[in-house]
Design a protein around this ligand. Structure first.
Ligand SMILES: [Zn+2]
Ligand SMILES: [Zn+2]
Length: 353
């Protein structure tokens, strides 16, 4: 009996430290509704075990995309490390291209993703229609961030504007690949019934259906609802808002984005949108070698870029008429000390083109 009681005490102490109600310990999906006070008082042995089970289940989801994606927990947060590069083809299908390409990102160490394990409903939920036009609003289980479907001009739907590839992604100002709609293609990777992403408020995002395969019922303005089995959760939809259209849970908004979150740092000068260009091919023949095919009405262009062992990246363009001189840039360093930090020592904010 003693061995059972000890973890309970720890569980309650942690909840207290984090200012959580006992109710919130249940993680939003593993909860099956013990009433807050009574749950702890009368069924003490259950709660910490459920939390542990729920955590193991969730870590397994990220684990499917390991070893590139590494997830762990502390008392309050999911901690997810990745390089932000999915293992599927990228960029193909984009018809409004900002001349950015996918480069690995240093989402590791203190620049890793940190997402609340025990979401707390917000007193004043914030809508993504007029907030969070910068930075991520969710993280896919394959370690790729998901941004607001509306880009930072506050009105352009990136999906409808042709800015996204066949998987709903493209690259930002820092050559950081991210999705702007729910990555429903991950459903078959994680299996039916599993979430495909987690919003940065800590509530999980499921695909088009409930875990039992039934269509998701009525959703609120943020694409969420509560069910007895899962508690509050979001769903993917085929139309706006596509995923969580805001945050049912508490988040901190700072400079127009959820704070804190990892940052991605530009490695080369900004380029203008390339009008009339379509991305028609993408290959990664080696782990450090990428090939992008760009088609314009006049001709086909090829961009080869290489990650070099000295932490630089080299870009080389060619088309039917010749080759441009290679350009080499230092990669964003994974070192969080120095210029990547603002004067307060916090990671600098992510910027979106
Ligand atoms: Zn974007
Ligand atoms: Zn649902």
């Amino acid at each position: 009996m003693k061995t059972f009681l000890r973890p309970i005490a720890i569980g309650i102490a942690l909840a207290g430290m984090a200012g959580l109600k006992a109710h919130d310990l249940a993680d939003g999906e593993a909860t099956h509704g013990p009433a807050p006070a009574e749950g702890i008082a009368s069924r003490p042995a259950r709660l910490p075990l459920r939390v542990a089970d729920a955590a193991a289940e969730r870590l397994k989801l990220f684990g499917r995309f390991g070893p590139k994606v590494r997830a762990s927990t502390n008392a309050t947060h999911w901690i997810v490390e990745s390089d932000g590069m999915p293992d599927h083809r990228m960029m193909v299908g984009i018809t409004a291209w900002q001349q950015q390409v996918p480069l690995p990102q240093p989402y590791t160490g203190d620049n890793a993703w940190r997402i609340p394990r025990f979401p707390v409903p917000a007193a004043q939920p914030l809508s993504a229609k007029d907030h969070f036009f910068r930075g991520a609003i969710a993280l896919a289980v394959n370690g790729v961030p998901i941004f607001n479907p509306i880009k930072n001009d506050g009105r352009t739907d990136t999906f409808l504007a042709g800015e996204l590839d066949e998987f709903g992604g493209h690259c930002g100002r820092a050559d950081d690949y991210h999705y702007h709609i729910a990555p429903t293609h991950l459903q078959e990777r994680v299996g039916p019934g599993q979430p495909i992403a987690v919003a940065l408020d800590g509530y999980w995002i499921y695909g088009f259906t409930e875990p039992d395969g039934a269509p998701a019922g009525a959703l609120d303005a943020f694409n969420g609802h509560s069910t007895p089995g899962l508690g509050y959760h979001y769903h993917a939809t085929r139309n706006y808002p596509y995923l969580n259209g805001g945050f049912h849970g508490e988040v901190v908004e700072r400079e127009g984005q959820v704070d804190p979150q990892p940052r991605a740092e530009p490695v080369r000068p900004a380029l203008p949108p390339w009008r009339g260009a379509r991305i028609t091919g993408f290959e990664r023949p080696q782990s450090n070698h990428f090939h992008l095919e760009v088609t314009t009405p006049a001709r086909t262009h090829h961009l080869h870029y290489h990650l070099n062992t000295n932490q630089t990246v080299t870009f080389e363009w060619s088309d039917g008429s010749g080759q441009s001189p290679p350009e080499t840039y230092p990669l964003a360093s994974g070192n969080r000390r120095g210029p990547g930090r603002d004067p307060a020592g916090r990671p600098r904010r992510r910027r979106e083109p």
